[in-house]
Design a protein around this ligand. Sequence first.
Ligand code: F6P
Length: 323
Amino acid sequence: MDNIKTIGVLTSGGDAPGMNAAVRAVVRTGIYYGYNVLGIRKGYEGLLNGDIFKMTLRSVGDIIHRGGTFLQTARSYEFNTEAGVEKAISITRVFGIDAMIVIGGDGSFRGARDLSRKGLPVIGIPGTIDNDIASTEYTIGFDTAKNTVQDAIDKIRDTAYSHERCSVLEVMGRKAGHIALNVAISGGAEAVILPEKEFDIDRDIIRPIIDGRNRGKKHYLVVIAEGIGGAVDITKYIEEKTGIMTRATILGHIQRGGSPTVYDRVMASRMGAMAVKLLKDGCINRVISFRQGALTDIDIEEALKMKKTIDEDLYELNKILAL
Ligand code: F6P
């Protein structure tokens, strides 16, 4: 697009491993194609504060392997108002920003959509450990977070085996159970409880544990998505009902950090480069999406209307494999 000379890039919402690789790809691809690239610190909050700087090829050196986001991030309350969006637009004009690339979750995409409705061309790159964006099967950081949880599960299993205990593990995901479901499969859980599925504690947790014990199992893993919560109460209930010593682990923010996996780095690099190419080709107000094994893009308004569901095949598979 000839009228775009300067691209702004920001990361917003919860940080996710791989965001740095995406920023690096935006900056280097942007400069390769002759654009000025401006970095905006601390998401929309930084945009409102004019916390904006010129990026060079060297600005993104030595960041591809780092977790978090070196641009930093924030959740902005002011930006969520009509006046906040107007102010953000006027600041983009002051800095000569002709288009914006936003890396974040669906809250960040809604912010980008609001900017696009005021005439600023935007591209969204999906970045959140939760993988809860409906328009894409994959979000940057999801792979690293799953591997971090898996590492924790392997450690927990060692001690659960040694003491013949049951372990209850609460994992992140906000209102979605994608991390929980995937690590239940990869960690060999007896039960997984997801916000997307109604559940009955006796049927879905106690029964599989007792049945497993009758078949000779000696230790057990129950994965709870944070959207369900209550891991400590569930732990007490399991111990009362089964007599099996049970311990709870709430993994927390450890799941958000760490060096990104190869998969997250490669996908983030591809998505960052693609965002710049979309602008170059005149495709604006799109979000990048990974579907059926390929990267594609979709209109931001359409993307935000979509609803994400849980992978039913994986859910059923876990029940069989837990036998
Ligand atoms: O969206 C990423 C995420 O880590 C969620 O899994 C979690 O619910 C939330 O962010 C926690 O947010 P905060 O770091 O603001 O407490």
